[in-house]
Design a binder for this molecule. Structure first.
Ligand code: HDE
Length: 709
């Protein structure tokens, strides 16, 4: 595609961009709309019959000559490309990034300078282990990859929803991935880590202890993509125009709060709606409820590099926010769904090596390995080195160089010189001097004076203290979930010695009580002492790590079921619908079937779905309006009772209004801070909304064991 005329002047080739629409305008050139168009072949020939192959007689053999049929089937035969080796399952969306204030002291990167500028972005969320068709709600890490189409080229921040990683050195990545992926002999399990090879590897590799604890925590079963945190994980550098560099960690905090499913809910949802997360993101954006994240940085001065109890280069460590707070510097908004899943979400190609002037790497050995791997994998996944020309991957900044050929080349480069320097094409394209004025990329001048050596720094050898910190920072309920998760996963491990090793050599070094509880659930003796001497950290807890402290306090974006049946009180329904809308929450009216119901005053009420079609596990809270006939129907409906039991078991807020109050005695449930009843909607609304915003009624836990759902 032709790049801006301005690009002919090296150093001034900045796109003219006042708003985010420029990436959309660029994509628009490639979008194709068949409305009102004739069906044609790829060569543009109009097709008269798309139902029948060309044959020798109506019952005769098909003829090779049928170029229309052959073109169609040949294209079909090649429709699949290799899925991503990891992070194969994902969902993406367009949006923008906007900085709050000019950050020129911190970095010269253009996207961080002007609060009036919106930089277009494309984000892809993903799970890691499962293939493209696997469930969304499995226990797994979530990828959070962002492509910023900045004036100075693309910047990719390819992060996860957990702040640390399983390994410290890139050379271990294939081993780790082979261990966690479905086992090679029978390709089981899909989308999960509850199997022998995963636990064999992680129990032998203690550096994984911290990250495995994160994956056994609620973070691994987020309620949706809109409520995950994002972390760049590695330490990066930001560099200002004077050449001053600082270390940074990148953070993304969802404005809708950080929320998770409970395990039973996650498992059921994986079956009832395999696409739960993908659907949630899609529907939120379609409805205009645009997910937002605050973009922040933890900043460490270069001279403070060695002042921490861990190595800044070690990707299995966090910098606790209580030690270095996260400075919010901008926001990320997702406001447009892709038009084509394949063209955009599947073909988007991220790479941590895609950086722009003002951003640079650290020597984290995991990051260093990633810099090579991503482009390499795109070459086999997307079929050659020209994947940057695929519309979703194209930078907004022009890209002239001598790399002209190779498979799938689209650009028609003019000029005879595909080399530099040249004197034939006037010397163009030319190098740009480094520095903020001109914008040529300049690697940070870090002095390195070392022997070549294959060795792990001793500063990387503490594998447990931050795992202990994380465990100590969790609420009681969150800790119990961790115990349950280890017990569930290790319970699926066939080899006893692997279970024992994980309990005795890993968990015992994180927390002896955790180890004892998991051991008890597995029928193993409790370990009595850690195998490595514990390292005491300067802080015992980091409140920033517990999700209990990361709720938004609002119900914006929450999804609430309104159960209805014939005879329902229309006023109750209408009042709660309006109140939810006013708070930015999403109401779903659910009937016994997908057919409309008759209200008590004889009107027809449309429903969004049947209660079967939108199960309680897909929503955050349940509201049951009044109406004598409807209440009776609920009391005798297995589906309705199961709906309420299940929501109750999953600690969700439930409001029963008017005659629906009787369901308390039918279900034999005691009211609590989240199981509310009142004469009409107004009487329960305030407490109901407060309970929804709390996300779960934790105090209900002792009561749910006996619930048959
Ligand atoms: Fe990746 N990773 N990774 N990874 N990763 C890929 O690149 C790799 C790591 C992450 O939505 C692959 O395009 C190595 C850490 C995300 O398209 C591949 C190492 C973090 C995504 C690859 C790591 C990530 C990927 C597969 C260790 C969090 C999905 C397909 C040295 C900071 C991006 C692809 C998307 C994808 C390699 C470790 C995040 C094979 C070698 C640490 C979010 O190149």
């Amino acid at each position: 595609m032709s790049n801006s005329k301005k690009s002919e002047l090296a150093g001034t080739d900045t796109p003219d961009r006042a708003n985010t629409s420029q990436k959309q305008e660029q994509l628009e050139q490639f979008r194709s709309d068949a409305t009102g168009q004739a069906l044609r072949t790829n060569q543009g020939v109009k097709i008269a019959d798309n139902q029948n192959t060309l044959k020798a007689g109506a019952r005769g053999p098909s003829l090779l000559e049928d170029f229309i049929m052959r073109e169609k089937i040949t294209h079909f035969d090649h429709e699949r490309i290799p899925e991503r080796i990891v992070h194969a399952r994902g969902a993406g969306a367009h949006g923008y990034f906007q900085v709050y204030e000019c950050q020129s002291e911190l970095t010269k990167a253009a996207l961080f300078q002007d609060p009036g500028q919106k930089t277009p972005i494309f984000v892809r969320f993903s799970t890691v282990q499962g293939p493209r068709g696997s469930g969304d709600t499995v226990r797994d890490v979530r990828g959070f990859a962002i492509k910023f189409y900045t004036d100075e080229g693309n910047w990719d921040l390819v992060g996860n929803n957990m702040p640390v990683f399983f390994i410290q050195d890139a050379i271990k990545f294939p081993d780790f991935v082979h261990a966690v992926k479905p086992e090679p002999h029978n390709e089981i399990p899909t989308g999960g880590s509850a199997h022998d090879t995963f636990w064999d590897f992680v129990s032998l590799v203690p550096e994984s202890a911290h990250m495995v604890l994160w994956t056994m925590s609620d973070r691994a079963i987020p309620v949706n993509f809109r409520s995950i945190q994002g972390f760049g994980i590695h330490t990066f550098r930001l560099i200002n125009a004077e050449g001053k560099a600082r270390f940074v960690k990148f953070h993304l905090k969802p404005l809708q709060g950080v929320r998770s499913l409970v395990w039973d809910e996650a498992q059921k949802l994986a079956g009832k709606d395999t696409d739960a997360h993908r659907r949630d993101l899609w529907e939120a954006i379609e409805s205009g409820d645009y997910p937002e994240w605050e973009f922040g940085v933890q900043i460490v001065e270069e001279e403070d590099e060695h002042k921490f109890e861990f190595d800044l280069l070690d990707p299995t460590k966090i910098i606790p926010e209580e030690i270095v707070p996260v400075t919010p510097i901008g926001k990320l908004v997702l406001n447009r769904n892709p038009d084509s899943f394949f063209a955009e979400t599947e073909q988007v190609a991220f790479c941590p090596a895609h950086i722009v002037p003002g951003i640079d790497f650290s020597n984290d050995p995991l990051l260093q390995g990633r810099l090579f791997s991503y482009t390499d994998t795109q070459i086999s996944r997307l079929g050659g080195p020209n994947f940057h020309e695929i519309p979703i991957n194209r930078p907004l900044a022009p890209n002239h160089n001598g790399q002209r050929d190779a498979q799938h080349r689209i650009t028609i480069d003019k000029g005879r010189a595909s080399y530099e320097p040249n004197s034939i094409d006037g010397g163009w394209p030319k190098e740009t001097p480094p520095g903020a004025q001109d914008g040529g990329f300049e690697t940070y001048h870090e002095r390195i004076d070392a022997y070549k050596i294959r060795e792990r720094s001793t500063s990387f050898s503490d594998h447990f203290s931050q795992a202990t910190l994380f465990y100590n920072s969790l609420s009681e309920a969150e800790q119990q979930h961790v115990i349950d998760a280890y017990s569930f996963e290790l319970g699926k491990v066939e080899r006893l010695w692997i279970r024992e090793r994980q309990v005795n050599e890993i968990l015992a070094n994180i927390d002896l009580e955790l180890a004892a509880k998991v051991a008890a659930n597995l029928g193993l003796p409790a370990p009595t002492a850690p195998t490595v001497p514990p390292k005491k950290l300067s802080i015992d807890k980091s409140p920033a790590l517990s999700q209990v402290n990361l709720l938004s306090g609002k119900i914006k974006g929450f999804k609430v079921a309104i159960l209805v049946a014939d005879g329902v009180n229309a006023d109750d329904v209408q009042t709660i619908q309006q109140a939810l809308k006013a708070e930015g929450a999403h109401a779903k009216v659910l009937g016994p079937t997908s057919a409309p119901v008759q209200t008590a005053d004889g009107k027809t009420l449309e429903v969004d779905a049947s209660a079967d079609g939108l199960p309680s596990v897909a929503l955050d809270a349940v509201f049951v309006p009044g109406g004598a006939e409807a209440a009776k129907a609920f009391a005798s409906s297995g589906t309705a009772k199961h709906y309420l039991y299940e929501a109750y078991k999953h600690l969700k807020a439930i409001a029963l209004v008017g005659e629906a109050k009787d369901l308390l005695s039918v279900l034999q449930l005691d009211p609590d801070a989240g199981l509310l009843s009142g004469s009409d909607t107004k009487a329960v609304q305030k407490d109901f909304f407060t309970a929804i915003a709390q996300h779960r009624v934790w105090a209900r836990i002792p009561k749910i064991k006996s619930i048959p759902a």
